[in-house]
Design a protein around this ligand. Structure first.
Ligand code: 5AD
Ligand code: FES
Length: 371
């Protein structure tokens, strides 16, 4: 039993210290109700406003391939899903997405895909540097899974400055129940530390309420994040996909995701925390509520309409029939509806802002014109 006063005391302590002992974090999460959630979100908005005002950053998501060598049990584009209609975008098609995105005020392009080895490191580097040359005031984020240290270094040298790689769950045994035997939490974590060491702005995060997840696992996730100190933290509810082994598992709730967004904002006051598409899928106003819980990033889809319906990690994904411009303006409306404003900006992590302003983020190779 947790009383309202105990919940408030935990939230106050988290607000002040940015952290809580393990047992208190678990009690805070397990003891959540709508009153404690409201109080948490109020505190989260204080930290959000101190660090970002009422700004929400836009990221243009380009889902450039749905081929994947992996077989994660939760994911709709896993390699053993024979019903998935596969596609790859060419370099020209990707640049075309960026062109449209630039005109729509995007200053960050997120290239996301399955682990598709048909794009060699040289291909990825060429695409990244082509985007950086054509749009020098934009950032490129990669989200293409687990690679070698050398590959990560090569992409960084080509001008990619940010990398998203959710850890999914920081408990090794839980990790093993969500992934095939050839994938390990150990390698995932190796990748994240490599990315940090190389100098990327790094994004991690977990799925919430994935099969077998306990509150204890979530607390382990929070402790892992505290060690890693990522610049970006993406979380969202697990949602089943009909062609995966988890097809009959229950979806996560917006309620828990929102509560964790609030907790994360208090733990990472300057973090870039998106209100994700999965949250918008599970609740029609999920993204707006996410912002009010402390999120400060939205990621409208820039993928060509012809392929959107094919990048389905889970069932019911929203925005699969919309044009890029529709998503952009729909998002602006949603953000405004809760009193925030989308910013035309790269939206760098605060600890990287000074470097970006000094021009330290110019794409290496841009001056010489080589890849
Ligand atoms: N439900 C919710 N999120 C999912 N992801 C993958 N499959 C699902 C699913 N079934 C998330 C993972 C991955 C991100 C790109 O999408 O967290 O890192
Ligand atoms: Fe592609 Fe998991 S199924 S990375």
């Amino acid at each position: 039993m947790t009383s309202a006063a105990e919940q408030r005391a935990r939230i106050d302590a988290l607000f002040e210290a940015g952290t809580l002992p393990r047992a208190d974090l678990r009690a805070l999460i397990d003891g959540r109700d709508s009153a404690s959630a409201d109080y948490l979100f109020e505190k989260a908005r204080i930290r959000q406003t101190e660090n970002f005002g009422r700004d929400v950053y836009l990221r243009g998501l380009i889902e450039f391939t749905n081929y994947c060598r992996n077989d994660c049990l939760y994911c709709g584009i896993r390699r053993s899903n024979r019903s998935c209609n596969r596609y790859r975008l060419s370099e020209a098609e990707i640049l075309d997405c960026c062109e449209k995105g630039y005109a729509l005020d995007f200053r960050t392009f997120v290239l996301q895909g399955g682990e598709d080895m048909a794009y060699t490191d040289a291909d990825i580097c060429r695409i990244v540097s082509a985007i950086r040359m054509r749009f020098p005031d934009c950032a490129v984020t990669l989200s293409i899974g687990e690679r070698s240290t050398e590959s990560y270094q090569a992409y960084f040298d080509a001008g990619a400055e940010r990398y998203l790689l959710r850890h999914e769950t920081a408990d090794p045994a839980h990790y093993a129940r969500l992934h095939p035997p050839e994938l390990s939490l150990e390698n995932r974590v190796r990748c994240l530390w490599d990315l940090k060491r190389i100098g990327y702005q790094v994004g991690a995060g977990m799925m919430l309420q994935s099969p077998y997840q306990t509150t204890d696992h979530i607390v382990t996730d929070l402790e892992f994040l505290r060690q890693l100190q990522p610049d970006m933290i993406g979380i969202g509810p697990f949602i089943p996909h009909k062609d995966t082994p988890f097809r009959a598992e229950p979806a996560g709730t917006a309620e828990l995701t929102l509560f964790l967004i609030g907790v994360l904002r208090l733990m990472f006051p300057a973090g870039l925390i998106p209100a994700t598409t999965a949250l918008g899928t599970i609740d029609v106003r999920g993204r707006e509520k996410g912002i009010l819980a402390g999120a400060n990033v939205v990621m409208p889809n820039l993928s060509p309409t012809g392929v959107r319906g094919k990048y389905l990690l889970y069932d019911g994904k929203i925005c699969t029939g919309d044009e890029a411009a529709e998503c952009r303006f729909c998002m602006q409306q949603r953000v405004r509806s809760v009193g925030y404003e989308v910013r035309v900006s790269r939206g760098d992590a605060p600890r990287f802002r000074a470097a970006a302003a000094r021009g330290c983020s110019a794409p290496p190779g841009a001056a010489s014109g080589k890849d």
